[in-house]
Every structure is written in structure tokens, then in C-alpha cells.
Design a protein around this ligand. Sequence first.
Ligand SMILES: C[C@@H](N)C(=O)N[C@H](C)C(=O)O
Ligand SMILES: [Zn+2]
Length: 224
Amino acid sequence: MKNIYILCLFLLPWKLSAQEIPLNKHGLPVVNSLQLYKELVKQHKDLRLVKIDDIAQDVRYATANNFTKVQLYPYPVVWLRLPAYQALQALQMVLEPMGVGLKIFDGYRPYRVTEKMWEVMPDDRYAADPKKGSGHNRGIAVDLTLIYLKTGKEFPMGTDYDDLSEKAHHAYAKITDEEKENRVFLRTMMEAHGFVALETEWWHYYLKDAEKYPLMDIWFDELK
Ligand SMILES: C[C@@H](N)C(=O)N[C@H](C)C(=O)O
Ligand SMILES: [Zn+2]
């Protein structure tokens, strides 16, 4: 029982019955089996991860073209918890009449991938510390940008995705007015739909109340 964490009603805002989530080596509760994930989903439907196929995607972690220089995912796929997906759907509806769409770079990220990222980028401005876990591991963080629906071209944002430097900070001033406006537009839209911005990465947003959603380390093949 030493390495078992009891999710009690005091800690969870939702009425989950006492549910056991194993602790990892950092003492963090991480859902690491499909059976446990399914039990949790039975108790609260908002914990369901949804595979997204109606929003444009460019999942670079399924290629070696990412900051780690190695392929991290077996294939390109984006999963998000139901409320995060519904919020993005609602946002798409608002953007569509303007000829604007969303393009997702990453959604749910198994905890083991966060561990690998930390080995390459041990700086919590740009990659989550495995001692805390990432909103991506909770399925409620999303890396994304805006595109023109006509051409599929990305809005200029001042840096490429995953430019893990000061240039990606919201407060970084040495970008063009258009790039600043685009960042502000994305942020305003995301915040209006329940997301919170990360000050050090213009593309990273997470849903409020992140702690409601347990960290997960379930591989993509198992989720399908
Ligand atoms: C690595 C980058 N795309 C990212 O998602 N960073 C945040 C901080 C995270 O790892 O949660
Ligand atoms: Zn992110």
C-alpha cells in the first residue's frame, strides 16, 4: 500500500469514488494502465480522451524534425480530454467565418515522453519537469497555431513552433507588429474558450483546473 495513492474526495472536485492511482518514482500519481483509465472515465465522462480528426495537425514529434532530433511518437496522432476538444471545436466555429483555422502540433503526451524531453531540455520554461508532469500528460494542454483556411498557411508568429528560446515568450518585443497581433489574437481567442497561456511559449495553452485531470502514461496504441 506504500506506493499507492488514494484519490480522495478532498483532493478531487469531482465525485470519484476512492480510486487508486499508483505513484511513480517521484511520488506522482500517474495512470499507467488502460483498465484504470477506463474505470476513471466511467466515473467521469470528462476524463475521456478523444482522438481529433477535424482540426488540422502537424505532429512533429512523430518525426525527427523536433527539438529532440529523434522521433518520439510512432505515428502522428492528437488526443485531448473531452472538454479541451469541445473548447477547440467551439473556437473553430468562431474562427471559420473569418477564414481562419487552428493547427495542432501536440495534445496528449504520454508521461514517458515528457521524461525524454527533459533529458534534452531540462529547463522548465520550455519543457515540463517530470517531477511535476506536464499538462500534456493530463490531456488538457495543446500546442497550436492559427492558419488561413484558404491556403493552409500558418500565421506569422515570430518564431517557428518549439523555438525554445526567449523569442517565443509572449513578452518578447523584437517581432513585427503583425506577429505581435497574431500572438495576441490567438491568446485572446484561447482565453475566451477557457484556456490559460504559458508565458514562455506562444503556442502552448492548457485548460483551467488542470489538476482535475490525472497525469497519464498510456501509449497511443493502447488508446485506440
Ligand atoms: C516542449 C514544448 N512543446 C512543451 O509542450 N512545453 C511545455 C512546458 C511542456 O512540456 O508541458
Ligand atoms: Zn505544449
